[in-house]
Design a protein around this ligand. Structure first.
Ligand SMILES: Nc1ncnc2c1ncn2[C@@H]1O[C@H](COP(=O)(O)OP(=O)(O)O)[C@@H](O)[C@H]1O
Ligand SMILES: [Mg+2]
Length: 244
């Protein structure tokens, strides 16, 4: 385990090039244990690709990812998840032929092979994200807010130490956002370390202890969320005059 105050996750010079395009450009961040780190930036800034690299879905072109003292660069996603680093997806993709409980059991089953225990654990996670009344519902019948919670449940079912949340508020109407923000605050309060990609600035500011602003793959600013969002460079590149 990492000691208090030292970083849990070190992202060092992380770069991902696709043919002719640098999607992630020399990102370096130290994420502390139990930190809530917000990540913002315009569409195409490289935020989702950064998560894919950290979660082991894509290999970086350059750079290193060190998690809890271990170099995990190049590890496949299932091994990264087992180590405690799990992401959600911007586009929710549940198994449509399975109900909510079965969808979550697919995940709990990976760590808890005994079917009874996997079911028990899945039901716990479903309660934790307040989806209890939908446990036997099929994904196609769920409202967006519940689908978002299902995506969260599937990630939590893997017992992450660090969770990478990719726009879990997207698609929610304003009245649905506050309960989701509260849920994220609760999960963080229970000990999760969170990296949080989000466009809705009110949510970013309500939750983030530090804020990373990405622009064209690179790190435009990193620091106190309020200071960062008042930085003229950030206002110009991302937030726009209206925000200031
Ligand atoms: N697999 C891929 N192949 C080629 N280009 C990609 C791929 N994935 C993402 N990109 C490009 O990388 C850039 C960053 O994308 P992305 O990480 O999705 O940004 P964001 O999540 O900040 O909107 C975009 O220009 C996107 O088109
Ligand atoms: Mg994205």
């Amino acid at each position: 385990m990492s000691e208090r105050g030292t970083s849990l996750l070190s992202i060092e010079g992380l770069t991902k090039r696709f043919a002719g395009l640098t999607a992630v450009d020399d990102i370096g961040i130290e994420v502390a244990e139990h930190e809530f780190l917000g990540i913002v930036g315009p569409n195409g800034a490289g935020k989702t690709t950064l998560f894919s690299l950290i979660a082991g879905e894509q290999r970086p072109t350059e750079g290193r990812i060190v998690f809890d003292g271990t170099d995990i660069t190049g590890w496949p996603a299932d091994r990264v998840a087992k180590a405690g680093l799990v992401r959600t997806f911007q586009l929710m993709r549940p198994f449509e032929s399975m109900n909510v409980l079965e969808n979550v059991m697919i995940a709990t089953h990976q760590h808890t092979p005994a079917p009874h225990a996997a079911r028990h654990k899945a039901l716990d996670v479903i309660e934790r994200v307040q989806l209890g009344r939908y446990a036997t519902a099929m994904p196609a019948s769920l409202p967006t807010a519940a689908l978002k919670r299902l995506e969260l449940a599937r990630a939590l079912a893997l017992d992450p130490q660090v969770i990478l949340l990719d726009e879990v508020l997207a698609g929610l109407v304003p009245a649905e956002r506050a309960p989701m923000i509260e849920l994220l605050r609760t999960l963080h309060g229970e000990g999760l370390t969170v990296m949080f990609i989000e466009h809705i600035m009110a949510a970013v500011l309500a939750l983030s202890e530090r804020l990373l602003v990405m622009h064209e793959g690179a790190q435009l600013a990193l620091g106190d969320p309020r200071e960062v969002t008042e930085d003229p460079v950030v206002v110009e590149a991302y937030l726009g005059e209206d925000y200031a």
